[in-house]
Design a protein around this ligand. Sequence first.
Ligand SMILES: NC(=O)c1ccc[n+]([C@@H]2O[C@H](COP(=O)([O-])OP(=O)(O)OC[C@H]3O[C@@H](n4cnc5c(N)ncnc54)[C@H](OP(=O)(O)O)[C@@H]3O)[C@@H](O)[C@H]2O)c1
Length: 293
Amino acid sequence: MRVLVTGGTGFIGRAVCHALRGAGHTVTIVSRDASGEASGDTIGWEAVGQGAAAADAVVNLAGEPIAGGRWSPARKEAILESRVGATRALVDAVGLATTRPKVLISASAVGYYGARDDEPLDETAGAGSGFLAEVCQAWEGEASRAEAFGLRVVRLRFGMVLAGDGGALARMLPPFRAFVGGPLGDGQQWTSWIHRGDVTGLVLAALVNEGYRGAINATAPEPVRNRDFTAALGRVLVRPAAIRVPAMVLRLALGEMADVLLTGQRVLPRAAERLGYRWQYPEVLGALRASVR
Ligand SMILES: NC(=O)c1ccc[n+]([C@@H]2O[C@H](COP(=O)([O-])OP(=O)(O)OC[C@H]3O[C@@H](n4cnc5c(N)ncnc54)[C@H](OP(=O)(O)O)[C@@H]3O)[C@@H](O)[C@H]2O)c1
């Protein structure tokens, strides 16, 4: 298949593109920077229309980093607009194309469910409240518009994606390696995570399997509490994980963004289970071992 990928230069996108090529697909990346060596298979956003018309499938991963520091009003606008605006531009381009791709696989996040306590959340759970929940709803809403153009739309609600070379884990590794890692706040909040190898596995499956449609939680079957996640990371790194970061310190340092770290949601990947997806990394210890080796 010819696959158009937005955000293909990022932490998830690089691995997705590598896996797509490995499976024999042809990849074109849509990037804000289409210059340079990689431009043979990279186009700019101004050419997204031609890209969409030439593609059998689209994978949409673009978005300004969420965890890049305090959320000023300008950053919140960039976080929202880089997802909602980019997805709108992409879907508009698909709508105008004379030949259209068959499927759109579009990123979303478990932040869709907002801050929840112990309630298990499958894909039938309602949206939550708060900034990220609102971003995810608007983002998924733009992606779903592609259904009116005849595309099968898959909305992958990613949990925290684990791999050693980026994302949240790469930010956690230095303090843990320096013996100052530990739980965030009281450590009771749930972490719904997924190894990046299973993100690429789900994308490849969703590409060819017609059963994948609508919202799909892209998480491992066993979410864990933050205190258990940090204990597992300590075990894998052979370091103590006892230095708790007080909630107050995180709130002072990060403002509203601290909520992402201090609250969570216990997400269950019921749709992927029903579709028979087999996780390469179903348990957190194995996923962390594979990520930091
Ligand atoms: N990593 C996670 O744990 C996680 C969890 C839940 C959801 N997600 C979502 O999954 C998607 C991919 O995540 P990631 O970790 O791979 O992110 P990433 O490494 O930050 O990459 C995202 C890509 O989006 C593009 N981008 C960045 N800012 C943009 C902007 N202002 N306008 C348009 N495009 C922009 C960039 O591509 P160019 O520079 O080439 O344009 C970048 O390579 C994101 O939308 C993210 O919200 C990730």
